[in-house]
Design a protein around this ligand. Structure first.
Ligand SMILES: CCCCCCCC(=O)SCCNC(=O)CCNC(=O)[C@H](O)C(C)(C)COP(=O)(O)OP(=O)(O)OC[C@H]1O[C@@H](n2cnc3c(N)ncnc32)[C@H](O)[C@@H]1OP(=O)(O)O
Length: 165
C-alpha cells in the first residue's frame, strides 16, 4: 500500500565521523557541551527521530523531543520506542559526562516503565538522565521522561559499562 503523499518528512544528517573523532579527544562533559554549542553536529539518530541535547552537567544530561504523528504506533499513541530512545540517550550522556578523555561506555541494559501515554500532540518532551552511582566498571543511572508541565510519562533505570582503553 503506497504511503499518503501528503504525509512526508525529508531527513538529512551529518557525517558522524568528525564527532566520533572528537569524542575520543575530549572528556565526556567537554564533548557533550561542544555538541550543544554546535561545534559538532548531532548524531544521525537525533535527526531521524527529532530530538536534541539541551544540557550536560556533571552526572546529568537532558534531551528534548517534539513528537509528531510520524512517531505513532497503530494504537493511537507514540510508539514506546521513542521513550526508550530518549531515556537511553539521557542516561548514556549522563554517564558520559563523568568519563575522562579516552574512556568510552555503552549501555548494557535499560528498564523502562511507561507511566502515561505519549501522544503526537503532547508537545515538547524532556528526558532527564542522572548518574546514581559511578564506578570503575559499571555506572548505574536513572532517567525520567516528562511533558512540558513536568508530569512523568516514563521512567528508566540503566547500567552502563565503562570501556577503558
Ligand atoms: C509496529 C507495531 C507496534 C505495536 C506495539 C506498540 C507498542 C507500544 O508502542 S505501546 C506504547 C508505550 N506504552 C504506553 O504508552 C503505555 C503508557 N501507560 C499508560 O497508558 C498507563 O500507565 C496504563 C494504561 C498502562 C495503566 O494505567 P492505569 O493503571 O489505569 O493508571 P492510571 O493512573 O489510571 O492512568 C495513568 C495514565 O494513563 C493514561 N491512560 C490510562 N488509561 C488510558 C486509556 N484507556 N486511554 C488512554 N490513556 C489512558 C492516562 O493518561 C493517565 O494519565 P493521568 O494520570 O494524567 O490521568
Amino acid at each position: 500500500m503506497a504511503p499518503d503523499p501528503d504525509r512526508k518528512r525529508t531527513i538529512t544528517w551529518d557525517d558522524p565521523k568528525p564527532p566520533l573523532a572528537a569524542s575520543r579527544e575530549l572528556d565526556g562533559l567537554a564533548f557533550l557541551r561542544a555538541m550543544i554549542a554546535g561545534d559538532y553536529p548531532p548524531p544521525p539518530i537525533s535527526r531521524l527521530m527529532n530530538f536534541w541535547l539541551v544540557s550536560a552537567d556533571p552526572g546529568e544530561a537532558v534531551f528534548e523531543c517534539d513528537p509528531g504523528e510520524y512517531h505513532d504506533n497503530p494504537l493511537g499513541m507514540v510508539h514506546g520506542g521513542l521513550a526508550c530512545t530518549l531515556l537511553d540517550s539521557a542516561v548514556g550522556c549522563a554517564a558520559h559526562t563523568t568519563l575522562a578523555q579516552g574512556v568510552g561506555y555503552t549501555s548494557i541494559d535499560l528498564n523502562v516503565s511507561y507511566l502515561r501515554p505519549v501522544l503526537s500532540t503532547t508537545g515538547v518532551l524532556r528526558a532527564r538522565g542522572r548518574v546514581v552511582k559511578g564506578g570503575q566498571r559499571v555506572i548505574f543511572a536513572e532517567g525520567v521522561l516528562e511533558d512540558a508541565a513536568g508530569r512523568a510519562l516514563a521512567t528508566a533505570t540503566s547500567s552502563l559499562l565503562v570501556l577503558r582503553p
